[in-house]
Design a protein around this ligand. Structure first.
Ligand SMILES: Nc1ncnc2c1ncn2[C@@H]1O[C@H](COP(=O)(O)OP(=O)(O)OP(=O)(O)O)[C@@H](O)[C@H]1O
Ligand SMILES: [Mg+2]
Length: 409
C-alpha cells in the first residue's frame, strides 16, 4: 500500500512536471511565433537589406508609415506627384516616404502593384531603391531608400559656398546619372522611360554617388483607370524635349534631351534659365553654344568658375550636352554612348547647332528667343508645373503574381 501510495505520488509529481514543461514549451513557442515577424524585420538592418536584395517590394500599412514618419511630420520636399517625408523604422532604417496625390481608385490597385513590383525589382548602383509601398483607401505611398545628401539642385543652385561640389565630383555625378538612365533604357528587362530627368530627381548618397529618383512614376501616376496604356507624357519646363510639346512621336530619346539640359546646368552650376542675368546669358544653353561655335571655351570657364586643369573634361561635357539636346530625337545619342563620351572612351562628334530651329524666320531679341527655347520651342503655356501631352505610351504588362512581401514593422 505504502509502495502504491508513493508510486501514485510519483506519478502525480511527474505529471505536474511534464505538464508545466509542456505548458512552458508551448508558451515559449507562442511568444516566438508572435514575435517572429518583428524579429525577422527588426533583427538587423543587413538582414533586412538582404531580404530586399531578394527583390520583393514590401507592402506597408498606413499605420506602419504613420509611425515611421511620426505622423508625417518631417517634410523633405514636394513635387508633381506628392510630398516626401523622412521616416525611420524600429530597426533604425531611414526611409523617404512619398505620399502620392490624387484620389484613390480601387480598380487600379492591380496595375499599381504591377508597376511598383517592376520598380522594386529595378536595381542599379545609380538608381534609388524602392523598398515598398502602401495602397490603402486613405494612403497611397512609395517607400524609398533615404539619401543623406538630398538632391543635386541644392548643390548646383545654392549660393552658399559650403554647399558647392567640385567640378571633378560633378563630372562623376554626371557619369553616374548617365549610367542609371542607360540601365533604364538599355539594360533592364523592360525599357523604362523616365520623362522627368532634372537636378531635383538626382539624389546623392553619403558619398555623393548619384542616384536617379522617380523612374517609373510617370507611368504609375498618369494612368487612366485600368488601362495598361496611358495618356500623358510629362516633364518639367526647361528639361522636356520638344516632342513632348508637339505632335511628334515620343521615345526614350526625350530622356537624352533632358539629360543634356541637366548637363548644361552641371557645367554652369546655374539654372539654364536665369532672368536676372543680361540678355545674352539668360538662357545658358544658347550662350554656351555661341561660345562653343566661336571657340571661346575659356570665356565659358571663367564665367562658370571652372579651373584651367578641368578644360579637357568641360570641353567634352559641353559637346556631349550639345549632342544630347539636338532637336531631332534620332540625332541624339543613346545613353550608353553618352556614358562612354563622358568617360572619354568614345570620341564626341562635333555637334550641330541644336537651336537652329529657333532662329529660322525669327528676328527677335535674344531674351524672347531664350523664353521660346525654355518653353519648348514656341508653346504658349507659361506657368504650369508639368507638361501633359496625349501620346500613348505602352504600359507594363499586367503581372499575374505580384512579387510583394507584407511588412511587419
Ligand atoms: N529618397 C530620398 N531621400 C532624400 N530626400 C529625398 C528623397 N526623395 C525625395 N527627396 C527630397 O524631396 C524633394 C521632393 O521630391 P519630389 O520627387 O516630390 O519632387 P521633385 O523631385 O522636385 O519633383 P518631381 O515631382 O518632378 O519629381 C526632393 O527635391 C528631395 O530633396
Ligand atoms: Mg522627384
Amino acid at each position: 500500500m505504502a509502495i502504491d501510495g508513493s508510486f501514485g505520488a510519483l506519478v502525480v509529481s511527474l505529471s505536474i512536471i511534464v505538464g508545466v514543461a509542456v505548458f512552458g514549451i508551448i508558451a515559449y513557442l507562442c511568444t516566438r511565433i508572435y514575435n517572429m515577424p518583428e524579429d525577422t524585420f527588426g533583427k538587423d538592418i543587413n538582414d533586412f537589406l538582404d531580404n530586399m536584395e531578394r527583390e520583393k517590394p514590401i507592402r506597408f500599412t498606413s499605420k506602419q508609415l504613420k509611425t515611421a514618419t511620426e505622423n508625417f511630420s518631417n517634410v523633405l520636399g514636394s513635387g508633381a506627384f506628392g510630398t516626401v517625408y523622412k521616416g525611420t523604422f524600429k530597426n533604425g532604417l531611414t526611409v523617404a516616404v512619398k505620399v502620392l496625390y490624387g484620389t484613390l481608385n480601387r480598380r487600379i490597385e492591380e496595375q499599381f502593384m504591377a508597376e511598383v513590383s517592376t520598380m522594386g525589382r529595378t536595381h542599379h548602383l545609380n538608381l534609388i531603391r524602392l523598398y515598398g509601398f502602401c495602397f490603402e483607401s486613405t494612403l497611397r505611398a512609395l517607400v524609398y531608400e533615404f539619401m543623406d545628401n538630398g538632391s543635386l539642385d541644392n548643390y548646383l543652385f545654392k549660393t552658399n559656398e559650403g554647399d558647392s561640389i567640385g567640378f571633378e565630383k560633378l563630372h562623376e555625378i554626371a557619369m553616374g546619372t548617365a549610367s542609371g538612365i542607360t540601365y533604364l533604357h538599355e539594360e533592364c528587362p523592360q525599357r523604362i522611360v523616365h520623362y522627368d530627368i532634372k537636378p531635383g530627381n538626382i539624389l546623392l548618397d553619403s558619398k555623393f554617388c548619384a542616384k536617379v529618383a522617380d523612374f517609373g512614376l510617370a507611368k504609375l501616376c498618369n494612368r487612366e483607370n485600368t488601362h495598361i496604356s496611358m495618356t500623358g507624357g510629362r516633364g518639367t519646363p526647361g528639361y522636356a524635349a520638344p516632342e513632348l510639346w508637339m505632335p511628334l512621336p515620343v521615345t526614350y530619346k526625350c530622356d537624352v534631351y533632358s539629360f543634356g539640359m541637366l548637363l548644361f546646368e552641371i557645367i554652369g552650376r546655374r539654372r539654364n534659365m536665369d532672368v536676372t542675368l543680361g540678355d545674352s546669358q539668360q538662357w545658358f544653353p544658347i550662350w554656351a553654344w555661341n561660345k562653343y561655335e566661336k571657340k571661346q571655351l575659356k570665356d565659358l570657364m571663367v564665367a562658370c568658375e571652372i579651373e584651367e586643369n578641368d578644360q579637357e573634361v568641360v570641353d567634352r561635357m559641353l559637346k556631349v550636352a550639345l549632342c544630347c539636346v539636338q532637336y531631332r530625337p534620332e540625332t541624339r545619342p543613346d545613353m550608353s554612348i553618352v556614358v562612354k563620351m563622358l568617360e572619354g572612351t568614345f570620341e564626341v562628334p562635333e555637334p550641330l547647332n541644336p537651336f537652329s530651329h529657333l532662329f529660322i524666320g525669327v528676328s527677335e531679341p535674344s531674351d524672347s528667343l531664350a523664353r521660346m527655347a525654355w518653353n519648348g520651342g514656341g508653346s504658349d503655356w507659361t506657368s504650369s508645373e508639368t507638361i501633359m501631352s496625349s501620346k500613348v505610351v505602352t504600359g507594363t504588362p499586367l503581372m499575374h503574381k505580384y512579387e510583394i512581401t507584407i511588412a511587419s514593422v
